[in-house]
Design a protein around this ligand. Structure first.
Ligand code: PXL
Length: 267
């Protein structure tokens, strides 16, 4: 019997995380949890765990393009999520390739800047290239507080600062900004989605401790929702709820201090 043709799939363009908590591994787990087929273009390989990043090796621009062409030739990609993009030239090439898609594929751009030690993953120069080449093509960008500070040069200390930074990013040419809230002291976190239609807020529980890969899961869940043709505010709502469940189901590594998300039913 002939298998049915795949109707929709999501593509992650991101780095591999050897400990499985973030990057490609988190993205594919998220797509699976949403029941949507996931493809992956790997941009960098990390040797890392929840203690630190031990080594990073970028994948060549040529190989990134090869992977892109292989996937686009064969699969119905209904949404894309981008994570770590280590090469400025590669970001421009990727932008050109995505711009040529007709119609444009809905895309979630996660402007990942890793903590100072890991800046080599997506440094601030690469971030500038992401802003120039990918933000104009993105359905939504998903910076966290620190990334929004770097992108806008504006310090974010409270909710008013968050709104001002999101407005600045929207003015800068992004179609929508999902700004992940920091914890401003309380037991809750508020994320905001700013689009030309207005502002939506998403308040949720702040879990104790620190976790690995929440940003990757969140942006991938939004992409999965877009692939399923959910309106953006609904895709974001479902993504926020999904990460909360992952946090409830998280487990600790043996040595490191960052919790690992529980995406799928446990063994
Ligand atoms: O969470 C950002 C991120 C994205 N991609 C890879 C990572 C990390 C963080 O560690 O390792 C591959």
């Amino acid at each position: 019997m002939q298998a049915p043709v795949i109707e929709r799939s999501v593509l992650t363009i991101a780095g591999s995380d050897s400990c499985g908590g973030a990057g490609i591994q988190a993205d594919l787990n998220t797509f699976a949890a949403f029941g949507v087929y996931g493809a992956s273009v790997i941009t960098a390989v990390t040797a890392r765990n929840t203690l630190a990043t031990q080594a990073v090796e970028p994948v060549s621009d040529r190989m990134i393009v090869e992977q892109m062409e292989s996937v686009l030739e064969d699969l119905p990609i209904c949404a894309i999520k981008t994570g770590i993009l280590p090469s400025v030239a590669g970001i421009a090439i990727l932008g050109d390739l995505l711009e040529q898609q007709d119609p444009l594929i809905p895309m979630v751009v996660d402007p990942v800047v890793i903590e100072p030690k890991g800046k080599e993953l997506t440094g601030e120069i690469a971030l500038e290239a992401i802003r120039n080449h990918l933000f104009p093509l993105a359905t939504v960008i998903t910076p966290n507080r620190e990334e929004a500070e770097v992108l806008t040069g504006m310090p974010i200390k409270d909710m008013d600062d968050m709104k001002a930074a999101a407005e600045e990013l929207l003015k800068g040419g992004s179609h929508a900004v999902f700004l992940k809230g920091g914890r401003f002291g309380g037991q809750e976190i508020t994320d905001i989605l700013l689009t030309p239609d207005g502002l939506e807020t998403y308040t949720h529980r702040a879990f104790e401790g620190r976790f690995h890969g929440t940003g990757c899961a969140l942006s991938s869940a939004v992409a999965a929702g877009l692939a399923m043709e959910k309106p953006l505010p609904e895709a974001v709502r479902d993504a926020v709820d999904y990460v909360q469940v992952c946090l409830e189901n998280s487990r600790a590594p043996v040595k490191g201090r960052l919790g690992l998300l529980g995406h799928l039913p446990r063994d």
